[in-house]
Design a protein around this ligand. Sequence first.
Ligand code: ADP
Length: 194
Amino acid sequence: MKYRTILLFGAPGSGKGTQGKILGAVPNLFHFACGDAFRNLRIDDPLGRVFIEYSSKGMLVPNEATIGLWQKNIKASTVDGEFNPEVDTLVLDGIPRNPQQALMLQDFLDVRAVFNLHCSDSNKMVERLQRRALRENRLDDANLEVIRKRLETYENETKQVLDFYGPKLVYTIDATQPPVKVLREVLEILAKVI
Ligand code: ADP
């Protein structure tokens, strides 16, 4: 059985997490943020160390480990009863992040829509990330060099995921709008596809 899924997609600072948290509060939507799953690993977990090693350089964590973490978390949430695949829709935020991950997830996901939160102004995203660094105490948001590298990783590796799913599934939304307006657009589409 495949999980009915929507993807939140966009560069760092485009607002995936903001939208994901709100959507996760809606009944029958289950939000999974890959970056949060990495940050929630215990300090003595070997994968936690791998995560710090890569994320502190603005790089993606290797695919096998990332997909493994995803599987483990989804299984645990299903067992806990937090996520019920029979009735819930999975809201994936920050995964898949390259075409290889999309391929590895293909057999598990029934993707209904990809919300591409598009921001043409990279300065605006850098600004958002720097504000978040203070608020959420995130090291990868604090350093301008790392931010630049993450935006570069997005351009060179992550963006190709849009081609993997193709124009029929991709809905591009202007991410420079205020969060409520982005949310309204997401909900209008979501209501039609799930
Ligand atoms: P942002 O979208 O702002 O970069 P995230 O919290 O989604 O923030 O990701 C933070 C870091 O976690 C990434 O830079 C990367 O190192 C790692 N990461 C998150 N999701 C993935 C993924 N699907 N594959 C590989 N690495 C990931």
